[in-house]
Design a protein. Structure first.
Length: 576
């Protein structure tokens, strides 16, 4: 429907109300009410022709389930498991809502950009540029998945969505509706290329694309999470605004100090340079040992000053000595000869290892929403994980830095457009770097064997560097009602184990984790279990006194298998 002014909308509604008075049969009343709802339903935002996916029609008579491909399990470490879920990601998200609603800390997705160049398949067919409904199909496709993603996010969860110019405007409006406009954090611009080679051939016709975007939304404005800022190196190590050196609690000029400092004089003499601020930068860049000396022995006593905008009590001002620093509520202040108050800012505060490819201490500034240092990463991205992936493979460092910023060292990371598996790679690499205990869940279809030959292969390839556990589940369907009139609950019991493993990120091995569905042989099972292990029980299984005593003696944890896994489905077929 095209846009309507408020006046025009009101006139149409008044007319429809009159029609209701004269057209009182049920069919006409229903049609008129539908028209009223259509006109009043939406005042602002996206309006598109909704399209039904083939998988929606499948779900009418079938239930999605997971089956484990046991030959693809990887066990390389103690503790929890990560999960790779093969199948349509809508199918996987529906099942993940049963196990992880409100529990995902970080979602990163790189969905199809809908370029018209065979990157977006809808109902088994590529969506081409000449498809008049290509934007509507993409929005229908994304809307369903993002609504599920919203329900999966924890209270202070974050979602990152990579996109380019083809759908970025529509994505912003869609995300504003789903996550809330107030929960929009940023649109990051990621520089991914330079103009050279074949790209340069088009500069007389267009602005050549050298960037992508990442939309960032939080789940709730009420979250209390703090994030970890990222920092980029500045081109010069020394900043000539830092002119004050603190010596014996007195301020002297940095050049004056350098002329008196034996190691500094020696360094300047070595390169036959005059001692001044401009040459200080050259010496630091030329001489690695002097740079190290400068960082360890000079930087923490080097300051620049700025105007102090606060207000000091008169008794404090009267105690201040001209040129002598004075600490006041964490700020270092000093009084000039003109009796103005200045604030000293330490050079050491701007030194750190930046979040780019440099691995040594530099002078840095906080990174904003322009991430312009990923061109080299894009040049090397083909080698990462030792799998080739032609459509939009993202650099590990990009995903790593997004997850790092989210600041969830023990968090659960979900990627439901997993592609080549970069997100899993990034999670494990970041864990090794900062000692985190993050876990990942990756979802992808298996078109052109991508899940088996790209995603899984990559997660296998990185095991030498980043050993971790992985379970491989494949999605499937079972009929809600069959000709044989089988009891649905009985069939579903065969797939509960996979959901228990997924929800608890574990393996049911009957040693550390065990599961029972009836009273038969339960005592034999618990006798085989380790002390302090976990026993998963449905609510209808009752333990004998002897079994309770064994469980108490071995310190086994009883964990109830949720009734909600397939509750709605069993109600639908009248089994509850």
């Amino acid at each position: 429907m095209s846009n309507l002014s408020k006046g025009k909308r009101d006139r149409i509604l008044r007319y429809l109300e009159k029609l209701k008075e004269t057209n009182i049969d049920d069919e006409n009343q229903m049609v008129i009410n539908d028209l009223i709802n259509t006109i009043t339903d939406k005042k602002y935002g996206l309006i598109w022709e909704e399209h039904e996916e083939r998988i929606d029609s499948i779900l009418i008579d079938n239930l999605p389930v997971f089956k484990e491909k046991k030959d693809r399990k990887i066990s390389n470490a103690d503790g929890s498991y990560n999960f790779l879920l093969e199948g349509d990601n809508l199918h996987s998200l529906i099942l993940l809502e049963k196990t992880h609603r409100g529990r995902i800390d970080v979602i990163y997705i790189d969905p199809p950009y809908n370029t018209g160049n065979k990157d977006f398949i809808y109902n088994d067919s590529y969506v081409n540029l000449d498809d008049g409904y290509r934007h509507s199909k993409w929005l229908s496709f994304m809307n369903r998945r993002l609504e599920l993603a919203k329900r999966l996010l924890s209270r202070d969860g974050i979602i990152f969505i990579s996109i380019d110019d083809n759908e970025q405007a529509q994505l912003k409006l869609l995300c504003d509706e789903i996550f809330g406009e107030n929960n929009f954090i940023s649109k990051l611009t990621i520089k991914t290329g330079d103009i050279y080679g074949t790209k340069a051939a088009h500069i007389d016709k267009t602005f050549v694309k050298v960037k992508d975007y990442v939309y960032v939304y939080q789940n709730s404005t009420n979250n209390k999470a703090t994030r970890k800022p990222l920092y980029d190196a500045l081109p010069n190590f020394y900043d000539e605004h830092y002119t004050h050196y603190l010596k014996d609690n007195k301020i002297v000029g940095i050049v004056e100090f350098l002329k008196q400092d034996a190691k500094s004089v020696k360094a300047f003499n070595r390169y036959n340079m005059v001692v001044n601020k401009k040459n200080l930068e050259k010496i630091i860049q030329l001489d690695t040992k002097y740079k190290e000396y400068f960082i360890n022995n000079i930087a923490h006593k080097l300051y620049k000053d700025s105007q102090f905008t606060g207000k000091l009590p008169n008794d404090i001002i009267s105690k201040m000595v001209v040129g002598t620093p004075f600490e006041y509520y964490g700020k270092i202040l000093y009084k000039t000869r003109g009796s103005t108050i200045r604030h000293l800012q330490s050079f050491i505060d701007v030194l750190r290892i930046p979040d780019d490819n440099t691995k040594e201490i530099q002078r840095c500034i906080p990174r904003g929403d322009l991430w312009d240092n990923f061109v080299k990463d894009m040049g090397n991205v083909g080698k990462e994980g030792r799998v080739s992936f032609k459509n939009g493979k993202k650099p590990v460092r990009l995903i790593k830095q997004l997850i790092y910023w989210a600041n969830k060292k023990d968090g659960l990371i979900l990627d439901f457009f997993a592609g080549s598996g970069t997100t899993g790679h990034a999670v494990m690499e970041l864990n090794k770097e900062d000692g985190g205990n993050r876990k990942y869940i990756l979802c992808t279809n298996n078109e052109n064997n991508i899940c088996e030959e790209k995603t899984y292969k990559r997660l296998s390839n990185i095991q030498t560097q980043y050993p971790h556990n992985l379970k491989y589940f494949k999605t499937d369907f079972i009929k809600k009602i069959t000709d044989e009139q089988e009891i649905l609950s009985g069939k579903l019991n065969q797939y509960i184990k996979e959901l228990v493993e997924l929800e608890n990120m574990c393996e049911i091995d009957d040693v550390k984790n065990s599961i029972v569905f009836d009273d038969v042989d339960i005592e034999i099972k618990i006798n085989k279990m380790d002390n302090g292990s976990n026993l998963y029980l449905p609510s209808y299984v009752l333990l004998s006194k002897d079994e309770e005593n064994i469980i108490l003696e071995k310190g086994i944890n009883i964990i109830n298998i949720p009734d909600y896994y397939f509750l709605d489905e069993l109600i639908e077929v009248n089994e509850l």
